[in-house]
Design a protein around this ligand. Structure first.
Ligand code: T4K
Length: 369
């Protein structure tokens, strides 16, 4: 039976290659709390990603919440409405008010030219998102933050292995947060991480993710339980072995879509990136009025073919009930994000997606039937 096609599917190494990892876990009976696979994965990821310190987490949402705690952020934080809802929720869980600024029409990342006008006496930080794994305008954002004395926490949930002009994009800002959810380029079933540059901060974050314990009898902060378990960490180590192949396969699919959709009236792809500045985690298209049907009709048409796309990120975070009353949440303040949310469609992209299926998707999008 033919399987449905999803917007993404996790990369799954052969099961028999995972068995030896499970045997070790069964053998030593350390299931969590910073066990041997956890230590190994932190080390391996620092090397692979080109970052100094990494703290593994149970998921990116808890990591974002903890990152804000680690930097003692309060008051207002400037962020983007064009993201997964966890970005703004992490602020709310810390009693912080999100202030939404519009996005850039080309990259769909936070528009740095909108930041300064949104700063008030209560602003303490900026939380941009490297949307679809495309680097934000990091130099401009970091410069504004420095000039105005603000912290920067990058939501880098999509940006595993992504570089900008000066190396890993994860080295920008005060902290960066990755997601290793099943739907991501690199996954540990559920998982996430905070990247930081100095050892004292890494210790502080490790302390926060372990209830605030510094030793058996001493609790110094009101921490949380954010630890990654050993099965997830072992799965991550196994995934790392094939990550280059997985990203290359995604790059090929990206190339096929770009070529196949180039002449389709009313369909726009985001600017082409290379293997340094992209991990090809998503393939977003913008469907405008020149296309023979609406974005939602195309979404439904694909569904009729058992192809399940996603409208990341529609609806905008700023339209959800807990945010829509904020002054910065109005559609007039966010015209570019509002338009993008109404036009966006993320097409399937994952290593196991065959060339034949990619060609079939291109055919449906091109012909509208
Ligand atoms: N910041 C940003 C910018 C994010 O995008 C995210 C998460 C976060 C923070 C928070 O990270 P975590 O706390 O999750 O680590 C998905 C993911 O659940 C979510 O992690 C992700 N962003 C978001 C963009 O996408 P849904 O509701 O679209 O997921 P779901 O379950 O509908 O999955 C999409 C498709 O993937 C399914 O149609 C089938 C396929 N799939 C999914 C799962 C879970 C599989 O084939 N296997 C699976 O195990 O949110």
């Amino acid at each position: 039976m033919k399987r449905p096609i999803y917007v993404t599917q996790p990369s799954m190494p052969p099961l028999d290659e995972f068995i030896p990892y499970l045997e070790q876990i069964w053998d030593n009976r350390i299931l969590t709390n910073g066990g041997p696979f956890h230590q190994k994965l932190e080390h391996a990821l620092c090397q692979f990603l080109g970052v100094k310190h990494i703290s593994l987490f149970t998921n990116a949402t808890i990591a974002l919440i903890t990152a804000l705690q680690a930097l003692e952020i309060e008051g207002e934080v400037i962020t983007t409405p064009y993201s997964f809802v966890a970005t703004a929720h992490s602020l709310m869980w810390n009693g912080i008010s999100p202030v939404f600024v519009d996005i850039d029409p080309t990259s769909l990342n936070m528009n740095p030219r909108r930041i300064e006008a949104a700063i008030t006496s209560k602003t303490t930080a900026i939380m941009p998102v490297h949307c679809y794994g495309h680097p934000c305008e990091v130099d401009q954002i970091d410069q504004i933050a420095q000039k105005r004395g603000l912290k920067v926490i990058y939501d880098a949930a999509h940006a595993f292995g992504v570089n900008c002009h000066c190396g890993s994009v994860l080295n920008h800002g005060d902290l960066s947060v990755l997601s290793f959810h099943a739907t991501k380029v690199f996954n540990t079933f559920e998982g996430g991480a905070i990247v930081c540059r100095d050892e004292a901060m890494k210790k502080h974050i490790d302390n926060l993710k372990n209830f605030g314990f510094v030793n058996e009898v001493t609790v110094t902060t009101a921490g949380i339980n954010g630890k990654m378990n050993e099965i997830s960490a072992a799965f991550g180590l196994l995934q790392l072995k094939t990550i280059h192949d997985a990203i290359s396969r995604r790059q090929r699919i990206d190339g096929m879509y770009r070529e196949g959709l180039a002449g389709v009236n009313g369909v726009r792809c985001l600017p082409k990136t290379d293997e340094k500045t992209s991990n090809y985690s998503y393939f977003p298209i913008l469907v405008d009025a020149k296309y023979p049907m609406s974005r939602d009709s195309l979404y439904q048409l694909l569904q009729q073919h058992d192809i399940h796309t996603r409208r990341y990120f529609y609806p905008l975070i700023s339209t959800f009930p807990m945010y829509r009353g904020l002054p910065s949440a109005s559609a007039e303040n966010l015209p570019v994000a509002t338009q993008a949310a109404n036009q966006i469609l993320c097409l399937p992209i994952y290593p196991a997606l065959s060339d034949v299926d990619v060609a079939r998707i291109i055919g449906i999008v091109s012909s509208g039937k």
